[in-house]
Write a protein that binds this ligand. Structure first.
Ligand SMILES: [Zn+2]
Length: 102
C-alpha cells in the first residue's frame, strides 16, 4: 500500500515509514524523504473508526443469534461500515501535521 506525502508529493510505501506516532484516533507518520509529519484528516479518521466499529458491532450482534429478521440488516450495515473504512484507507487524503517546536 502506498500513501502520498502531502509535503513533497512522493509516493511512499507504508513499509518505508519508520517513524509513527499514535495520538488517540490519529496516527502520525513521518515522510522518509522530506521528514514532514502527516496524518489522515481528523474527520476521515473518525469515520474510519466508525466504519470499523459498525462492522464489529453488527458482526457481534449476528453472532449472538439476534432475531434473523435483523441479521440481514446487520450484515448490510457491517458491509457498509467496512466499505467506508476501506475507501478512507485507500483514498483518504493525508494532511501535514503542524510542526511542533522541540
Ligand atoms: Zn515528503
Amino acid at each position: 500500500m502506498k500513501v502520498t506525502c502531502p509535503g513533497c508529493q512522493a509516493k511512499i510505501n507504508v513499509k518505508d515509514i519508520k517513524n509513527i506516532k499514535k495520538k488517540g484516533l490519529q496516527v502520525e507518520k513521518q515522510c522518509p524523504s522530506c521528514h514532514v509529519w502527516f496524518s489522515l484528516n481528523t474527520t476521515l479518521s473518525f469515520m474510519k473508526m466508525l466504519g470499523v466499529s459498525l462492522l464489529l458491532i453488527t458482526s457481534l450482534l449476528n453472532l449472538s443469534g439476534t432475531n434473523s429478521e435483523y441479521s440481514l440488516l446487520f450484515s448490510s450495515l457491517g458491509f457498509v461500515g467496512i466499505v467506508i473504512a476501506l475507501l478512507i484507507t485507500f483514498f483518504g487524503k493525508n494532511e501535514i501535521v503542524a510542526k511542533q517546536k522541540n
